[in-house]
Unconditional design. Structure first.
Length: 598
């Protein structure tokens, strides 16, 4: 069917880009030094294939020698052939044929059209300096961390890019008394003393700047519904001047891909903000409002509440939803119906991260002694998503029993023992019989496995005693004193869930919040996942189209990151107030972890 489009496409290609008015961003800093004339000629065949392959709701990537032609959908609608061709032609005409650059980007309300290099590092790793120079960008969501060359200065860290001493203050981890030692397996000891990092002047300055920024944001008022979209009103005549037809201004509300913002090359510190005299445009505008105190401030943009970005060129996509104050004024039903449906299932001040993986290979990993440090796993080679795994015993727990009314045991002797067998370590305890039917094996393609639960394809009966953290009188139930975390199912908490669809796509779902009380019980988490899969993955029947939907260890154990060689991108962490710093200095040690090799 694809080739039936080609005669029509050939005619459309000869028309050029005159049919669509677009603001093109030419990626001059990533010039591939290819002959511009030959590139432009070769591009026509690639455009034909890319536009013929377009499918509603599915992104397209057409490889053409050393560059890729990509269509990334902003919504689920299908751009017509003429629009697709014209948008790509506008990049060719304004960037390639003119000799300005060999790559570029243009966007409309339906899709983002990109011509970019196929070789080299992935999109998120590219252009890091431009990220750091753009004060308007959300630092926590788009920046890579590179331990080898220590790219990030303290001056660039904003409120959510916390310094180590600031993170320790927020987490408020109780310190052990000096000199105490915790007995561990096989004769080793771990000292309980902790070091306190002294804040330096730069850290104090960053904290002060963050406070000022927060105060300024509080002065800003969200725009009234329906305002600022239909045109300019004349105060004398009352007439409204509508925007010119076809003149789509590419603003951050229109675009959800951080790649476009990087290529737009937002004004650097001390540099001019004027556009190129050769027809290149920065591609985004800054609309502002004045508060009652007279302070000018930018209106919230869509990326404050919703973002989607590719972590690899084709196989991994990261979605992020945030229900910050006034999100409903930006994520409107008319412009973002799918996103709004997802966010309606969230609680206030929540953050929902979804990672979609295609062709991922699952592997359960961990230290043989049962105590695994996430940063140690990240230090390995390869490209993978990493998250914590199943439940384990916390050595400081008291009053533990092997099952309800079962024999008691001293948790200190079983510190970090896995609940249920696993291939990563021999240190494991049996799953309590009263909850065993809620557990399921998570198995990798290499045969590695762990057990976790509850299973979530079907809704849980949260009135079942084994799923209740507190009994009818409000006291902690007996099920909270047995191995595993299944009994937290009916309580609000930060959550981590993994899924595999019948078509082979794999997902990680992470819900973190300002506090545990603003988290989700597991039926709420299931409903949120169901809504996302319905809106963004085409899953109409969760039971029929899902092979596995399994809860993993949540709360303070949550740690999710993307690793590509030396680069690490933190996606979520538990028990840090819903923040996503560039680096979490000391994530909780767990028994095993899950790697999704991509």
């Amino acid at each position: 069917m694809r080739y039936s489009f080609l005669p029509t496409l050939g005619a459309l290609l000869s028309l050029g880009a005159s049919g669509v008015s677009a603001n093109v961003v030419c990626d001059t800093e990533l010039n591939l030094n290819i002959n511009s004339t030959s590139t432009a000629l070769a591009a026509k065949d690639c455009i034909a294939r890319a536009c013929a392959d377009r499918v509603a709701g599915h992104n397209v990537q057409e490889h053409c020698g050393s560059v890729i032609f990509a269509v990334t959908h902003v919504d689920n609608s299908l751009p017509d052939v003429a629009t697709c061709v014209s948008q790509f032609n506008s990049i060719v005409d304004q960037c390639i044929t003119s000799g300005l650059a060999n790559t570029g980007t243009v966007a409309d309300k339906q899709a983002i059209y990109e011509i970019y290099e196929a070789g080299g590092v992935d999109l998120q790793a590219r252009g890091l300096d431009q990220y750091l120079d753009d004060d308007d960008l959300d630092f926590e969501d788009i920046v890579w961390e590179n331990d080898l060359d220590a790219r990030f200065s303290e001056e660039d860290d904003e409120e959510e890019g916390l310094e180590e001493h600031e993170l320790e203050k927020r987490v408020k981890v109780p310190k052990k008394k000096a000199g105490t030692k915790v007995k561990t397996r096989k004769g080793t000891t771990r000292k309980g003393a902790t070091k306190t990092k002294t804040p330096n002047k730069k850290g104090t300055k960053a904290k002060t700047d963050a406070k000022k920024k927060k105060q300024q944001q509080q002065q800003c008022q969200a725009p009234p519904k329906g305002k600022g979209k239909t045109g300019t009103k004349n105060p004398k005549t009352g007439a409204t001047t509508k925007p010119k037809s076809g003149s789509t201004k590419v603003t951050r509300d229109d675009v959800e891909s951080p790649q476009l913002f990087r290529r737009a090359g937002g004004s650097s510190r001390g540099s001019s903000s004027s556009g190129s005299s050769r027809g290149s445009s920065s591609g985004h505008s800054s609309s502002g409002s004045s508060s009652s105190s007279g302070a000018a401030c930018a209106l919230p943009d869509v990326t404050s509440f919703y973002k989607v970005q590719r972590l690899t060129s084709s196989s991994v996509t990261h979605y992020r939803f945030k229900t910050r104050t006034n999100w409903k004024n930006t994520i409107t039903r008319e412009r973002y119906p799918k996103q709004r449906n997802v966010m309606r299932d969230m609680k206030s001040d929540g953050k929902f991260d979804v990672i979609e993986m295609r062709r991922a290979q699952t592997q359960i990993v961990g230290d043989a002694n049962g105590i695994t440090k996430p940063h140690d796993v990240e230090a390995g080679n390869g490209r993978f998503l990493l998250c914590n795994g199943g439940f384990f015993i916390m050595g400081g727990a008291t009053g533990m029993r092997w099952d309800v009314n079962g024999q008691s045991f001293d948790a200190a002797h079983y510190d970090h023992y896995s609940v249920g067998s696993t291939t990563t370590t021999e240190y494991a305890v049996p799953i309590p019989p009263s909850q065993k039917h809620h557990y399921q094996k998570l198995e990798g393609e290499d045969g590695s496995y762990l057990y976790s639960g509850p299973k979530l394809i079907r809704r849980l009966d949260l009135t079942s005693p084994e799923l209740m953290y507190r009994d009818a009188s409000g006291h902690s139930s007996a099920y909270t004193r047995i191995p595993g975390g299944v009994a937290t199912a009916n309580q609000p908490n930060e959550r981590l869930v993994t899924a595999e669809l019948a078509d082979g796509r794999k997902y990680l779902f992470v819900y973190t919040a300002e506090s545990r009380s603003k988290g989700m019980d597991l039926n709420e988490m299931r409903d949120l996942i169901k809504t996302f899969l319905s809106e963004f993955a085409g899953v109409a029947n969760l039971g029929a189209q899902t092979r596995q939907l399994l809860n993993l260890d949540g709360g303070g154990s949550i740690y999710v990151s993307f690793v590509d060689g030396p680069r690490k991108y933190v996606i979520a962490g538990g028990n840090i107030g819903g923040a996503t710093p560039a680096r979490i200095p000391s994530p909780r040690k767990v028994t095993n972890m899950v790697k999704f090799n991509v």
